[in-house]
Design a protein. Structure first.
Lengths: 307, 317
């Protein structure tokens, strides 16, 4: 990227001396290449600003214990080590890897669950309409308007009544419910966009609802499925508020909530290196998935927002 | 054609050669409806149990004195009356509003500027878009822990940069001051969120037809006229959306203040949701917490409605 910048900037400025039009000509040439140059400078500065925190996180996570307390902080790890990551197994008496496993299990279960429930209901609301199905869709969409933070207290009580409080199963169900309106919206629209003749043809050929759904419709609505899965994945993996309130047992905490315990040591005794290692465990999977499936994620964000 | 077909089915006294498939058709349509209901049932069950029931309960609980343990007692609207004069909740509301008023224009202007910047149809612009949007996939909590270290006194790299620039004292603590702590939170949220605003505004900009812009340019519109008379009016629906997003998000702020400032110094950065959290889950006054939640819901609904109305009305004005 830096190379292209240079060549671009060069291309803009080199013709100026070559033409030898006198000082006004050179000035004009320089001035006309200014916008392109300015564009590159501004864009690159912004890129540095956006990437800087991520660099700091990786750098700190990989510093060895002697280097991580230096004042002023060093720019990159001079003797990279994984000590911070191994320390996560015992920091503040926690095993953060156990909490990482909780996060993985809850997130995957919530993602699979949301996709499953949203696909079934999305198909029903688009294709197998029943009495009241429009009302159901309307009510589910209306839940978009209500912030879940406002109903967290009674939700806690409902979970307690069902013996699902302080349990990862309960948290998974809550995540499925919160992500359902969005997923349902995407899946219903995906199914509605498929021409109905396609399914009718399958039925003439003797396909039942479920085999038509599985063999003919699912491949067509696959982009919607991926978008639903991605949005649920990111939302569940990163969720903090509900996890903080609904889970009270340290060994059942998810990763983001666990990190609050890492920072809750007395001032001066916080293990900042281990904290950044934990932050890296939280952030790196998100970035990798984002880079791999960017197209679906971006289109999902736009679709969901622009309704 | 239709009349003949109708006549045929209605005047069908003779054998069931035709009636058979029709009855099967009706039965299969009913069967299809039942299948549909069965397929939607898990979604309905989840939404009712874990969303609608808690929603109704919020109102019900808010009319009670409801401790975590022990008996609850019906007290009518007392909780609401108390909330109106509660200095703690008032301060929290005021702070939330200030935070929203400060961060919304920042996100908006930066997002719009960045959208104009990366609008070019060249590959490099696409790469810059991807970079600016990247922090959007990072969680607010994870971002807060990262920036907590960045701004930490002496050992934090961002603190070090600010110290070199002469903006902070070598021994200073950014989280000890209300405004410096708030500024750090705002910087973190901007870093994490502005990419989404950029993307939404960019898709709005791209939906403006080129020939409209071209026509205005031929008519002699300058750059500023083009912006104020063509771009802004045509961008209005997107602008409304972006505003609602950032206002609703800021009014519900919690993670960043819980993690980065812990509500301090001396409770000056407690937000509305933070106050509700402390009432319900630290002091265990569930009834009072529910009343505060109802207030929050009403405020949020009102703000969204007003914003939508304002931006929709001026559309025709």
């Amino acid at each position: 990227m830096a190379e292209t910048t240079l060549s671009r900037a060069d291309a803009g400025t080199t013709p100026a001396p070559a033409t030898r039009k006198g000082s006004t000509g050179v000035l004009r040439e320089v001035r006309s290449s200014m916008p392109a140059l300015a564009w590159w400078v501004i864009c690159l500065c912004l890129a540095v600003a956006f990437l800087y925190p991520i660099w700091v996180m990786l750098s700190m996570a990989l510093k060895d214990p002697a280097e991580q307390g230096q004042i002023p902080p060093s720019f990159f790890p001079h003797s990279p080590s994984l000590a911070n990551f191994t320390h996560l197994a015992s920091v503040q008496g926690l095993n953060v890897f156990g909490n990482l496993a909780n996060s993985v299990v809850v997130t995957l279960a919530a993602t699979v669950g949301t996709v499953l429930v949203a696909t079934l209901a999305g198909y029903a609301l688009a294709r197998a309409k029943f009495w009241g199905s429009n009302l159901v869709f309307f009510v589910i969409l209306a839940t978009f308007m209500i912030p879940f933070q406002a109903i967290i207290t009674p939700l806690f009580m409902v979970l307690k009544t069902l013996h699902l409080s302080n349990s990862l199963v309960g948290l998974t169900i809550v995540y499925i419910t919160f992500n359902l309106p969005f997923g349902l919206f995407i899946m219903r629209n995906s199914f509605a966009a498929v021409p109905s003749t396609l399914e009718e043809a399958a039925q003439v050929d003797g396909c039942g609802i479920f085999s038509a759904l599985r063999n003919i419709l699912l491949p067509i609505v696959a982009p919607g499925l991926v978008t639903t899965a991605l949005l649920t994945f990111f939302a569940s993996w990163n969720e903090f508020f509900a996890a903080l309130i609904l889970i009270t047992d340290q060994t059942k905490f998810t990763l983001p909530v666990t990190l609050t315990l890492v920072t809750s040591g007395d001032f001066g005794t916080v293990d900042w290196g281990a904290l950044q290692a934990g932050v890296a465990l939280t952030i790196v999977p998100c970035i990798v998935i984002y880079l791999l499936l960017q197209r679906y994620y971006v289109s999902g964000m736009l679709n969901g927002a622009l309704k | 054609m239709t009349s003949i077909a109708n006549g045929l089915t209605v005047t069908e006294p003779t054998p069931a050669a035709d009636a058979q498939p029709r009855r099967r058709g009706m039965r299969s349509s009913r069967k299809r409806q039942l299948t549909g209901l069965a397929m939607a049932a898990p979604a309905i069950l989840l939404i009712v149990t874990f969303f609608l029931v808690p929603l109704v309960m919020t109102f019900w609980i808010s009319l009670h004195n409801w401790p975590l343990l022990g008996r609850h007692r019906f007290i009518g609207l007392d909780n609401y009356q108390r909330a109106l004069v509660d200095p703690g909740f008032r301060t929290a509301l005021k702070f939330t509003v200030v935070y929203t008023l400060v961060i919304t224009p920042i996100l908006f202007v930066l997002g719009l500027g960045m959208a104009f910047l990366v609008r070019r149809k060249v590959r490099s612009a696409g790469i810059f878009q991807s970079i600016y949007f990247m922090p959007v996939c990072i969680g607010l909590a994870a971002g807060s822990f990262l920036w907590l270290y960045l701004g930490q006194s002496q050992i934090g790299p961002l603190f070090d940069l600010l110290r070199r620039a002469g903006l902070v004292e070598p021994e200073g603590n950014l989280f000890a001051g209300k405004w410096t702590g708030l500024l750090l939170v705002i910087a973190m949220v901007t870093w994490k969120v502005v990419g989404l605003q950029m993307l939404l505004l960019l898709s709005g900009l791209q939906s403006i037809p080129d020939d409209v812009v071209e026509a205005a340019r031929i008519d002699g519109a300058g750059r500023w006229q083009l912006f104020s008379h063509i771009t802004v009016p045509l961008l209005r629906p997107t602008l409304a959306l972006v505003l609602v997003f950032s206002v609703a998000g800021s009014l519900l702020a919690f993670d960043q203040f819980f993690i980065m400032t812990r509500g301090g110094p001396s409770n000056s950065t407690i937000t509305a949701v933070y106050a509700i959290y402390r009432t319900s889950f630290i002091s265990f006054k569930l009834g009072y917490g529910a009343a505060l939640s109802v207030f929050l819901m009403v405020i949020l609904a009102a703000v969204s409605a007003v914003q939508m109305l304002l931006l929709r009305n001026t559309d025709h004005g």
